[in-house]
Design a protein around this ligand. Sequence first.
Ligand code: ADP
Length: 340
Amino acid sequence: MICVIFNLRIEQGRYGYMKKIAVLTSGGDSPGMNAAVRAVVRKAIYHNIEVYGVYQGYLGLITDDIHKLELGSVGDTIQRGGTFLYSARCPEFKDQAVREKGIKNLLKRGIEGLVVIGGDGSYRGAQRISEECTDIQTIGIPGTIDNDINGTDFTIGFDTALNTIIDSVDRIRDTASSHARTFIIEVMGRDCGDLALWSGLAVGAETIIIPEVEVDIKDIAEKIQHGIDRGKKHSIIIVAEGCMSGEACAAELTKYINVDARVSVLGHIQRGGSPTGEDRVLASRLGGYAVELLMQGETAKGVGIKDNRLRATDFDEIFNTANSKPINQRMLELTKELSI
Ligand code: ADP
């Protein structure tokens, strides 16, 4: 065991009194990450646990960019987008020898718990740490706009991104209707269609194209033509990036119909902005819960919310693709019924 190799075994052990924890944000940032860090810091300090911030995700863990956080360190952050701890991609963290360096940096400070806020890549890093050093407990908090993590109905940042898309599409709709155009709007979400589905329903899109459902462009073209024939002034198509690009969608459509289609790729504006009330509350609840779990001696789990109740799920279960979150079929059906 690495902890033994380094001769840095922590005296109190995993089920004793936890005295020091660390928190990092990793992978793609999302609005609400700051609120989650704040909750971790405040809850821990409330329970007399010291908290360290690891800057730049796993990169900071290996470069020892680790600093003690105080109550004031997280003041005035709940409303800010992004992450004041910074985030980074650190592919070298997949290498065990590199991870050992990071683990050593935690152990030398007597840190017994690590909260990782990020997506499933970040969770994998946390799982490796808990496997390789049983003296460090790890808990993951789902921070991504994509809503693509098992074990939770919602990820931190999803609601803010959804509202950003809605606001953008409402603006696009004004110009679409002035010029009687079809607008194809490409939204983020990686392989998950939730951002497209939810935003499509919320803006009244004529068509939603998501990776979870086979796409029939001819069918979509016919629907748009039908709308034009009965005097529709404009059409909005929301396409999830994980299915196809907006440009590819436009090229396919024009094979079937003569339509003035414009493409808008919303891009990184979806990741920014002040977190919504929903995301701030979710981040605060999950941040507090992560600390509770560490205090209870739990490890290798991701926290989440299911049917509005806090849940903890083993990383193994989260990574099991058989547990992948299915798209909400009833919502999908409803979007079809409402967009006739
Ligand atoms: P996200 O967490 O948003 O899914 P990434 O997939 O880029 O983002 O993962 C973030 C970071 O997590 C990576 O840069 C790397 O440092 C770490 N990571 C990802 N996969 C693994 C893995 N299999 N083992 C160890 N660390 C990993």
